[in-house]
Write a protein that binds this ligand. Sequence first.
Ligand SMILES: [Zn+2]
Length: 279
Amino acid sequence: MESPAIAAIAAIAINGTIETGPGPIARIRTHQPPSRSAMKKLIKGLRQFQSQYFSSHQDLFAQLAHGQKPRVLFIACSDSRVDPNLIVQAEPGEIFVLRNAGNIVPPYGAANGGEGATIEYAIAALGVSDVIVCGHSHCGAMKGLFKLKELQESMPLVCHWLNHAEATRRVVLDNYTACSKDELAEIAVAENVLTQIDNLRTYPIVRSRLNQGSLRLHAWVYEFETGEVYAYDPIKQEYVSPEQTWNQPTPAFRLPHQVATACDWLPEDQADRIYRGSH
Ligand SMILES: [Zn+2]
């Protein structure tokens, strides 16, 4: 049986009505009580999913129990306003998703985290044919790039993580000097997906598949307040509608043909093979 004092403290913790007090109460006021309505709402949603969506898609889920064959790896931010499956209206089993703060891809070997393993698994084991790196408007991680000193103190892990977007910060600060802080954060979103595409190219499996022509990389920006998605066109070097770029081969880091064939110390057929790759 709990004492009246403990019961009172529990009531305070739940209702959050007392802000000062000695002893245990003083400790309580430093914490927000966990939200009960948020979990209640989610559980209600779970029951609704089971009774409606799941019951009308039972065949799909039964089929997925035999294995998955997603064709696309979708790399997005963890931001609650971004929902990859919703944006592209994908059913379960259609897209393999990797999410983290800032839709960041650490360069190969730079971190022993789940990102590299997820990318490798998606390409080597599942054989995805397309990778989308999708940034979004009003991204907190991109705003954080411009206040690293504050973050170092308050969120050292986030600060450390944003090192993988240092090239984004540098490109933006060096090349957009006339822009306001808010504009810089939005430009950083668009530049960052290109930085992360560059980081993706450092993975041996990505490099190999690009060389074979069996993988395409896509840089997208999702503007959640309008629902628009913009895709980077590496030939035009600008953001356009995704319909204009989806089927473009991704330019690989290859020797330009003139350079390869100009190697007069190599037999011509060997130089040509180097240019074309060995597949
Ligand atoms: Zn974000």
